[in-house]
Design a protein around this ligand. Structure first.
Ligand SMILES: C[S@@+](CC[C@H](N)C(=O)[O-])C[C@H]1O[C@@H](n2cnc3c(N)ncnc32)[C@H](O)[C@@H]1O
Length: 246
């Protein structure tokens, strides 16, 4: 699926947001196992790394945008102090339904609440959140700057942001290897094992125009986040960006 084909599909569906919402609605049931398979289990470690940076203090409230099936929220709560709570928001009800079932199985209903909500128009008051996080969401939003602006608005002064995303590995040898895997093999797994050809072809295309790690840092700084830095994991396959609100 080329960029032009993807743009055409967004137009046919009424924009990127409804396209993304329907896409995740269709793959919700296979989302977790496909994640484990396609990342060779590394996705759990990546979320654990991100969660350590958000780790909430006693009584603090965190927000997970594009919470999906709630793996990042669960990882944050496991690394946080007593009495901490997370709100998870997502535009795809099917993902939230699976997330709620998982949270109930783990007995975490009192600590994690899932809501339908848009990362680009967060239905929360200014300065109401201690820390905001997202995993593999920012690549899917329509306007990255608007997403980071909204996070800045709802986080209190002194609060933090953590963003885990697929990135562009910098190495001259590793980068082509990763691209071969991400653009050729991963969609093949998704098509054959997950039986979801279009959905897992969207995956690599969503990275093509996504900023590399230094450019994403620049965007976060531009909209007002302070002390922004990033950590590349596994050769830069993914990057974790962190920042604070002054
Ligand atoms: C790749 S999944 C990531 C799910 C989860 N964070 C994880 O770590 O597995 C991306 C999620 O972002 C959600 N999403 C996309 N655009 C969004 C938006 N504008 N606001 C809220 N959620 C959004 C999708 O519905 C999907 O559940």
């Amino acid at each position: 699926m080329t960029e032009t084909v993807l743009e055409e599909k967004f137009r046919e569906t009424g924009g990127k947001r409804p396209y993304v919402q329907r896409l995740f609605g269709r793959i919700a049931r296979i989302y977790d196992p496909m994640n484990r398979l396609m990342s060779f289990g590394l996705d759990r470690r990546w979320r654990a790394f991100a969660a350590r940076y958000l780790a909430l203090g006693t009584g603090e409230l965190g927000l997970d945008l594009g919470v999906g099936t709630a793996d990042l929220s669960i990882a944050v709560i496991r690394r946080s102090g007593p009495g901490t709570r997370m709100i998870g928001m997502d535009i795809t009800p099917e993902m939230l339904e699976l997330g709620r079932a998982k949270i109930a199985r783990l007995g975490l209903q009192d600590q994690i609440e899932l809501r339908v909500g848009d990362a680009e128009a967060i239905a929360l008051p200014d300065n109401s959140i201690d820390g905001c996080c997202s995993a593999f969401t920012v690549r899917n939003v329509t306007d990255i700057r608007q997403g980071f602006r909204e996070m800045l608005r709802v986080v209190r002064p002194g609060g933090r942001v953590v963003c885990l995303e697929v990135s562009h590995p910098p190495g001259k040898i590793f980068s082509p290897l990763f691209h071969f895997y991400f653009y050729k093999l991963a969609p093949l797994f998704g098509s054959i094992i997950g039986k979801a050809f279009e959905e897992y072809n969207y995956l690599p295309n969503s990275l093509t125009n996504f900023p590399d790690a230094p450019a994403l840092q620049a965007i976060m700084e531009e909209v007002g986040w302070s002390d922004v830095r990033f950590y590349r994991l596994n050769g830069g396959i993914v990057a974790v960006h962190v920042g604070t609100k002054e």
